[in-house]
Design a binder for this molecule. Structure first.
Ligand code: ZN
Length: 294
């Protein structure tokens, strides 16, 4: 069984220029639930001044339907994000750092070591409050400023996050630099190091057109958890170099074609993708919307 983590409401919308209302976000998430998706990264507790699109995190969470076996995640980048998250009903904290010093210094004004140190305490406090905690490691497959990120640095950060209380790790290809051979090698090394029981997720962007190829490489290495965005959200045409996540319905279509179960209703997901185009008022990147289900 493939577990999809839908990140459209967070990573997707965060990279869209058009502001989306709280009401539309709630409708999007409700539609996703109705189509069988159970794990949704719904919000980010980032500073609203930095990412205005995510400013309504608390309101979104308050308005979401409460259902069994549904998991709402929220991105946490700092102690202040944790404090906001703990006042909400969010189920899982997705605690994120990048693994490249240059990238992290530009975006979070601290080295990876400093970030891991601070976030380990955030993870500890989050876990002891009863929330689930997932560790997300950005730039795991390369950094636009440094190029290759040594795998041992990614492994080291993962180890620290797991020790602090994360129950799962997601490796993110923040700027779409991964290739399938690399993905297979990285995933296999993670399973060799932490055991096959490690809950390992992969998060790809389609920046250079390799999103689904990378998902498939991860699948062959034993990964069964993948992030994706409905309709491939996240490629605002006015934002330089922004390209969306791997597209949810395209990924589901690939897995169903391979005979792998995702627990989702593909026609319903496709309808939601088409609806999302009307919300964003622009054509989105998903391919299945254009071609239809074969
Ligand atoms: Zn991302």
């Amino acid at each position: 069984m493939i577990e999809i983590c839908e990140v459209g409401p967070r990573d997707g919308l965060q990279n869209e220029c058009k502001m989306v209302s709280t009401e539309s976000k709630v409708e999007l998430i409700t539609r996703l639930l109705d189509s069988g998706i159970r794990n949704i990264e719904a919000v980010s507790f980032v500073n609203p001044k930095v990412v205005p699109q995510m400013a309504d995190a608390e309101e979104v969470l308050k308005s979401l339907p409460k259902r069994n076996r549904v998991r709402y995640g929220g991105l946490v980048l700092s102690r202040s994000g944790l404090e906001r998250a703990l006042k909400t009903d969010v189920d899982f904290l997705h605690v994120v750092t990048t693994t490249s010093d240059s990238f992290n210094l530009r975006n979070a004004k601290r080295t990876v070591e400093q970030a891991v140190e601070e976030l380990s305490l955030v993870i500890k406090d989050g876990a002891s409050s009863g929330k689930g905690v997932s560790g997300v490691l950005g730039t795991s497959f390369g950094c636009p400023f440094e190029g290759e990120v040594p795998l041992e640095n990614v492994l080291k950060a993962a180890e620290r996050f797991l020790e602090a209380g994360c129950t799962e790790i997601t490796l993110a290809d923040t700027t779409g630099m991964a290739n399938p051979v690399q993905v297979q090698k990285v995933a296999e090394t993670f399973f060799d190091t932490f055991g096959m029981d490690l809950l390992l997720g992969l998060h790809f962007h389609n920046t250079r057109g390799l999103g689904l190829a990378n998902v498939l490489a991860g699948y062959h290495a034993g990964v069964r958890r993948f992030d994706s965005s409905i309709a491939g959200l996240g490629g605002c045409p006015f934002a330089p170099k922004a390209v969306g996540n791997v597209c949810t319905e395209d990924m589901i279509n690939m897995f169903h074609g391979m005979g792998a179960d995702t627990g989702t209703d593909l026609p319903a997901v496709l309808e939601t993708a088409k609806w999302m185009e009307t919300v964003m008022e622009r054509p989105l990147d998903g391919m299945l919307m254009k071609a239809g289900i074969a």
